[in-house]
Ligand binder design. Structure first.
Ligand code: ADP
Ligand code: MN
Length: 956
């Protein structure tokens, strides 16, 4: 259960106001007052005619009387005795019988017999008040009477078992809840008990002493400490009422009292939103806000009203109830305080007393608005039929009679709902502000446009004016000229006139002389004739002049007319310039339209082109993609092919390298040349792979057959030839194969290939094969006999490829290891070719050359020492010595050792002494004897130096 401050939300402010009747409270109240609801009977002065109503908003407290049916006690105590009251409901009168001979008649607003239904009671007593509350007025419904006469039955009955028994509280709330809008309106209740001058909250039972607060300005009474519960529906109200009843019962049990000793007060807060037309429409002073209000026509108004439903404590006198001792007396006094105060106030009000003791008790403070205040009030007094309670019944009736005299001044409490009004106005202000801004902008734009136009017009006007003034000036000038001319003509005319006068004078003179001289008449007549002739002539002339003057005047008039015309033209020009402008604008607009059309066409054209290009692009992209795929596939294919080729190449090159090395190692064993290592470069492949490759080769050899392989050497196809030579070269590395290759004609085939082929690869590989075959001593002879040395020398002289030269040098070097072949080798150009290959400068070639020379010199030296040979070395003529002496020390260690070894062997032969000395070899020999890294070579050098006296001499 929520609890809130007193009263419905919002605050009361506004207020124009009229107050009539008795201003019992509130003083200069600021509440807006409206005319009272339809039924407003009575006035304070109408004591007898209770139904009359004459003050616009004065309304009398209405009082009904209800008689309770006889109960069991009545039957037992009274027996068959008639009751002390006699009702005349149709006349709304009640007769109270004191005894059989004395009675009094009282008139009430309603008189209900014991059979009256709860519904009729509600409709007659409470409904008008409820309706009034819904219209925004405060209202009170109160029950007064002796305990047990049916106050609670009338007010608070829930009617759970029998709906027809529902009391005023339930029915009032049913009506209220049915009439309000749950969206905009608000109904809430507080439910309290007043006992011993203490206000307890029946909806929040822990609140036991709730203060009553009065607004000093408005006189409004509120209970800020009490729980205010907003109602959802009638079931919710029934629950709350039951809950309150239970609390009332519990509180009373705790205090050891009865509910009949306390007052129960139900406060119903009603707040309704209504839209009313503003009454001040058309008022003299209208602010802008009021204008807006008028525009919206309606002001949001909140109606706030309060309905009090009061079930009073029993009105019986304490002494009659018999409990007058101890604390009960205190209680009785207090109960009496509130009730007695109420009676006193009602008396004072009924008698129009100037002082109303409202403040004497809490009950009277709470009910301040109900009696003599602004509320519409209905009082129901309940009585029992029994004569035993005559005095109680009588006092109850008198209470009701006094209350009927009280007139309240009902007031409507409205407040402007400033919150929603503010929101609405803010909304309007916003929309108007933006509208204003829009209009201002449009106006500014238009103004600028007009100003621009005006400026243009002004310019054209100035131009026209300028041309006009020049025209005017011209006209004026012309006019001046004309006037001058006229003046001149006039002068001429005057001259003529003067002359005329003179002539006339002469004529007179002459006539006189004529008359005087009659004799000369004849002469005179001729003279006269001449005169008249000349007169005639002058007159003619004058006439002509006058005509001319007339003409000039006419011309003048014409010019004026023309001038006028020109002015008109100027005026017209102004008009036409405007028209021209308009037509120009039209033209420009047309042109603009045309341009737009053209650009639109162009855009369309471009868009079409663009889409075409896009589709073309897509096509090309597709093609590109497929091409890329193809390329990728081909690249893959190529890579796999390359891999294969690489594998094959590696296998081949390793095999040949292995064979070559094997060849040299064999050479070492067969020829026994030098103890030092003979260096042959080879690819940096691990030895582990060699057996595999050897296996492959021998497999090919076994499967294909040597004869078939050798046959391929003669193939027309160069590739086949190359491959065949490679296979043969590899096979030739194995000494088992060497003899067979030679036996099956391999050597012949290789030699003829070396002779006939122009291909460098063939040359290289064939030379390699021969080098391998030349490892074998018996093959060396065959190679020499078949002209191999010559062929190798040829290749060496023709080629510069270091690998080819390396192979050739290797082959010749092997042949150098056979002393029997030295002479032939020299004759066939082998030695010369070997030394000649020094030009290559390639370390591998140089190494083979050094090895060959070392082989040659060693074998030669051995043959000389064994006596097989004599004489100078065969190497001397070929420039080998010079190369050896001057050979750069940058050669590799093994190459240098070979050279040193060869030089030392040559130095042993005394036949070579002269050559060595002339070539400057002594110095080298000395150096070798001291610096050579090999002991045997150093010893050999020293031996040569020491054994040869010529050398010794040279050294000294
Ligand atoms: P009080 O308000 O004075 O305390 P109650 O409402 O408690 O009186 O009524 C006393 C008894 O009389 C209750 O049992 C009640 O049911 C009964 N009673 C009172 N008025 C009527 C009535 N009009 N019709 C039937 N029973 C009634
Ligand atoms: Mn009661």
């Amino acid at each position: 259960m929520s609890s809130a401050g007193g009263g419905p939300r919002g605050s009361v402010r506004p207020e124009r106001h009229v107050q009539t009747g008795r201003g019992g409270n509130g003083g200069s109240s600021s509440t807006r007052t409206k005319s009272a609801p339809p039924k407003r009977p009575s006035s304070s002065s109408a004591k007898s005619s209770v139904d009359s109503d004459n003050a616009a908003d004065a309304i009398r407290v209405r009082v009904a009387v209800r008689l309770r049916p006889k109960n069991n006690e009545d039957f037992i105590e009274d027996g068959d005795f008639t009751s002390c009251v006699e009702l005349q409901p149709e006349a709304k009168k009640l007769r109270l019988k004191k005894n059989n001979w004395s009675s009094e008649l009282y008139k009430f607003d309603e008189v209900f017999t014991e059979g009256a239904s709860q519904r009729r009671i509600y409709e007659a007593v409470a409904k008008p008040v409820v309706e009034s509350v819904l219209e925004g007025y405060n209202g009170t419904v109160m029950a007064y009477g002796q305990t047990g006469t049916g106050k609670t039955y009338t007010m608070g009955r829930l009617g759970k078992d029998d709906p027809s028994e529902r009391g005023i509280m339930v029915r009032a709330l049913e009506d209220i809840l049915a009439s309000i809008s749950s969206l905009t309106d608000f109904v809430a209740i507080s439910y309290l008990q007043l006992y011993l001058e203490s206000l307890q909250d029946l909806l929040a039972p822990d609140k036991i002493n709730i203060p009553i607060v009065e607004d000093p300005k408005s006189g409004d009474v509120s209970l800020p400490g009490a729980a205010v519960v907003e109602l959802r529906d009638i079931d919710h109200f029934n629950e709350l009422l039951q809950f309150g009843e239970a609390n009332r019962y519990a509180a009373n049990t705790k205090l050891n009292t009865e509910s009949s000793r306390s007052h129960a007060i139900l406060v119903v807060h009603v707040q309704r939103s209504v839209k009313v037309k503003d009454e001040n429409e058309g008022a003299s002073v209208v602010s802008s806000t009021d204008d807006l209000l008028a525009a919206s026509n309606h002001v949001p108004i909140v109606l706030k009203s309060k309905l009090l439903i009061v079930d009073l404590a029993g009105s019986e006198r304490i002494d009659k109830s018999g409990s007058v001792e101890g604390p009960m007396l205190e209680e009785a006094k207090f109960i009496n305080l509130s009730l007695t105060s109420l009676g006193k106030c009602i008396n004072a009000l009924a008698e129009n007393s100037p002082y109303i003791p409202t403040r004497d008790s809490k009950l009277t403070r709470l009910l301040r608005d109900s009696f003599g205040g602004t509320a519409r009030t209905s009082l129901i007094i309940t009585i029992g039929p029994s004569a035993r309670y005559y005095s109680e019944t009588s006092s109850t009736i008198l209470f009701g009679q006094r209350a009927m005299k009280i007139v309240n001044t009902v007031k409507l409490k409205e407040e402007v709902d400033y919150e929603s009004l503010y929101k609405k106005l803010e909304c309007q202000v916003d929309s108007l502000t933006s509208e204003l801004e829009r209009i201002q902008k449009i106006r500014q734009d238009e103004k600028a446009k007009i100003e621009r136009k005006l400026r243009k017009q002004e310019e054209s006007l100035a131009e026209t004016k300028r041309t006009f003034t020049t025209k005017c000036e011209n006209f004026e000038k012309e006019n001046d000229c004309m006037t001058m001319e006229i003046k001149k003509l006039m002068e001429e005319l005057n001259d003529e006139r003067d002359q005329n006068k003179i002539l006339s004078g002469r004529i007179v003179e002459m006539e006189m002389s004529l008359s005087q001289n009659k004799q000369q008449q004849l002469e005179n007549s001729t003279y006269k004739k001449a005169l008249s002739d000349s007169t005639q002539m002058y007159e003619d002339r004058i006439k002509a002049l006058l005509e001319q003057v007339e003409k000039e005047q006419a011309r003048c008039a014409y010019l004026e007319l023309e001038m006028h015309g020109a002015r008109q033209v100027v005026a017209n020009n102004e008009n036409s310039s405007k028209m021209q402008e308009n037509s120009k604008v039209n033209e420009l607009q047309k042109e603009l339209r045309k341009l737009k059309e053209e650009s639109r066409n162009e855009i369309q054209h471009l868009e079409a082109k663009n889409s075409e290009l896009l589709s073309e692009k897509d096509l090309i992209y597709e093609e590109l993609k497929s091409m890329q795929e193809k390329v990728m596939q081909e690249a893959k294919h190529r890579r796999s092919l390359e891999d294969e080729i690489l594998k094959l190449k590696k296998a081949l090159s390793e095999n040949s390298a292995v064979q070559l090395e094997r060849g040299t190692s064999m050479l070492r064993t067969t020829s026994g040349v030098g103890g030092g290592a003979i260096y042959l470069p080879r690819t940096g492949k691990s030895r582990d792979t060699i057996p595999n490759q050897k296996d492959t080769i021998s497999k090919i050899f076994e499967e294909v057959g040597l004869s078939n392989i050798l046959a391929l050497l003669k193939s027309e196809d160069l590739d086949v030839q190359i491959h065949a030579v490679k296979v043969v070269a590899n096979l030739a590395a194995e000494d088992i194969n060497q003899e067979r290759i030679v036996e099956e004609g391999g050597l012949d085939a290789l030699l003829s290939l070396l002779e006939t082929s122009e291909n460098t690869t063939i040359h290289r590989v064939t030379a390699g094969a021969l080098a391998n075959l030349a490892m074998n001593g018996s093959n060396q002879g065959l190679i020499m006999n078949k002209g191999g040395a010559r062929l190798l020398a040829n290749v060496a002289n023709k080629n510069d490829d270091p690998q080819t030269l390396r192979m050739v040098a290797g082959a010749i070097a092997n042949l150098c290891g056979n002393e029997k072949l030295h002479v032939k080798l020299k004759e066939d150009g082998g030695i010369k070719a070997l030394v000649g290959m020094v030009r290559s400068g390639h370390a591998d070639v140089i190494a083979q050359i050094a090895r060959g020379i070392a082989n040659f010199a060693k074998c030669e030296s051995r043959a000389i020492s064994q006596g097989h040979r004599k004489g100078r070395s065969l190497l001397m003529d070929e420039g080998a010595l010079k190369w050896m002496v001057t050979s750069p020390t940058t050669f590799s260690a093994s190459t240098r050792r070979h050279i040193e070894l060869a030089f030392c062997h040559l130095s042993q032969n005394e036949e070579n002494t002269r050559d060595i000395i002339t070539s400057g070899g002594i110095k080298e020999l000395v150096r070798i004897s001291q610096e050579s890294t090999r002991d045997d070579i150093r010893i050999l050098a020293k031996k040569a130096l020491n054994s040869n006296p010529a050398f010794l001499r040279e050294i000294q």
